[in-house]
Design a protein around this ligand. Structure first.
Ligand code: FO1
Length: 323
């Protein structure tokens, strides 16, 4: 049994931690969005990969969700003095990771290999796979023109009104060849932003095909609860895109037949707050289950992971869902 978990940053990483507590390293593979990556201060920054790595290493800043806990900021202070760019905060320990990744990439290692070495250094035994080793960059289209993702998300604090997204480079990228689609028995789309964290992963050529070829059930956990995103700009983006910020709209987004075939998602996990939306989601052709999807404690993360795995088990048992 191999579970594939597709994730973005902070929100999705919470469920990944729950899955990592329940599943052994050989039972799960974490596939991470790299659309947020960018070149900055001479480093290849890979925020969602690093957020998951720190989260699985129990080293993440528990308040921010990104970066490391127990950081000092001498590098940022010194860079400020020298007139360098400090809007993207790199802690002193985090800086070591970026220096190390730059060395490994410069030595010709793939992003996957570099990620594995860093994860090993931090004591993480679970497999963390970038969605692709090739560059894919999420571009945020706004009323004032396109923005690189981190310029939108961090520098401009998600203030610009979004009109759409592009995943620059996706068309010529290849899906990470290390993803073991033929061994996959269940797929989880973690509660990350559907537009800028999950869609880039699904946009990598070969990803949707691999998911379909696996024949595994695919369950997505709603990142919207009661009309609000737990973390980040999902609800704001939905309103700016002209769709209601509801769990049903997220289900519609995942149920849309992008390549004409059946929806990529077969099941949807709804928060108890939105239980009354279950019928509408089922009408989209998705199976549903209701659970507490807001994860405050480690137990919440583990409980939701168990709900998702049970749901996958149930989904896989249901005839016809293999389509
Ligand atoms: N997010 C911020 O809001 N402000 C930051 O200064 C910041 C720095 C940062 C450094 C390393 C890293 O791995 C992530 C960092 N993030 C920061 C988070 C990051 O922008 C987002 O987590 C993802 O790109 C969106 O999920």
């Amino acid at each position: 049994m191999t579970i594939l978990a597709l994730t973005g940053g902070v929100g999705g990483a919470k469920l990944c931690l729950g899955l990592a507590r329940v599943l052994a390293p050989e039972e799960v593979v974490f596939v991470v969005n790299t659309g947020d990556d960018f070149e900055h201060l001479g480093f290849h920054i890979s925020p969602d990969v690093d957020t998951l790595t720190y989260t699985l290493a129990d080293a993440a800043n528990p308040v921010a969700g990104w970066g490391r806990q127990g950081e000092t900021w001498h590098f940022m202070e010194a860079l400020e003095e020298l007139g360098g760019e400090t809007w993207f905060r790199l802690g002193d320990k985090d800086l070591a990771l970026h220096v190390r990744r730059r060395e490994l990439l410069a030595a010709g290692q793939s992003l996957t290999a570099a990620t594995a070495q860093i994860a090993q250094g931090l004591g993480v035994r679970h497999r963390i796979l970038p969605m692709s080793n090739d560059p894919v960059r999420t571009l945020v289209h706004t009323a004032d023109g396109p923005l690189a993702f981190q310029h939108y998300f961090v520098r401009d604090r998600c203030a610009p009104e979004v009109t759409g997204f592009d995943f620059h480079g996706a068309a010529s990228a290849s899906v990470n060849p290390a993803i073991p689609f033929d061994q996959v028995t269940g797929i989880v789309i973690c509660p990350s932003n559907p537009f800028v964290s999950v869609d880039p992963v699904l946009a990598v050529p070969g990803m949707r095909e691999g998911v379909r070829r696996s024949g595994a059930p695919v369950v997505a956990v709603s990142p919207i609860v009661g009309g609000a995103a737990i973390k980040g700009p999902t609800a704001k983006m939905m309103q700016e895109l002209g769709v209601p910020a509801t769990t049903v709209e997220v289900a519609k987004h995942y149920a849309q037949r992008a390549d004409g075939g059946a929806p990529i998602v077969t099941g949807f996990v709804i928060d108890a707050v939105d239980a009354d939306a279950e019928g509408e989601v089922q009408a989209l052709g998705l199976s549903t289950t209701v659970a507490q999807t807001v994860m405050r404690s480690l137990d919440d993360r583990v409980d939701l992971a168990r709900v998702v795995l049970d749901f996958l088990g149930a989904s896989a048992a249901a005839p016809g869902l293999k389509a």
